[in-house]
Write a protein that binds this ligand. Structure first.
Ligand SMILES: *[C@@H]1O[C@H](CO)[C@@H](O)[C@H](O)[C@H]1NC(C)=O
Ligand SMILES: *[C@@H]1O[C@H](CO)[C@@H](O)[C@H](O)[C@H]1NC(C)=O
Length: 130
């Protein structure tokens, strides 16, 4: 084989590996997102499936899931837009005891923006009763 060909092949391989690396989301955050989804699901009874793109599949890139933005350089989740998660406003209305635990957000080290409005969440577990 000619050297220039081998070289360009290696270069393409390196580039593909690099892109793949950049796109891969952090495993700890992937698990955290799935946990968050499970929690939100258990506290609501929406008629439509909640956050359908958030699937437990290693081939699924969590930075491409709906309502998420990752930092392209470091791969960490930086934004979570979960306002009115299922566009079904009145379903949650009678859940008086829905408090979110801060530990659910612990996996997200670089999270800058979190929007959980219009979901009927009453507040944080830690501040309950205050
Ligand atoms: C959701 O659950 C509440 C009780 O927790 C019930 O009153 C309401 O009808 C349910 N809504 C749906 C869409 O199932
Ligand atoms: C992504 O992370 C890098 C390194 O921490 C930072 O310099 C950059 O500003 C971040 N980009 C965004 C869009 O947050």
């Amino acid at each position: 084989m000619e050297w220039p060909l081998v070289k360009s092949l290696l270069w393409v391989l390196a580039l593909v590996a690099h892109i793949h690396e950049l796109r891969a989301c952090i495993e700890e955050e992937r698990m955290g997102l799935l946990e968050l989804k499970a929690y939100l699901t258990s506290n609501t009874n929406y008629t439509k499936p909640l956050l359908p793109s958030w699937v437990d599949d290693l081939k699924s890139e969590c930075c491409n899931w709906e309502r998420i933005k990752c930092n392209d350089t470091i791969g960490y989740v930086i934004k979570l837009w979960l306002s009115n998660i299922n566009h079904e406003t009145h379903v949650y209305a009678d859940n008086e005891n829905w408090f979110l635990s801060k530990s659910l957000l612990q996996p997200f080290k670089e999270l800058r923006i979190l929007d959980l409005s219009h979901n009927g969440i009453r507040g944080w577990q830690e501040n309950k009763g205050m």
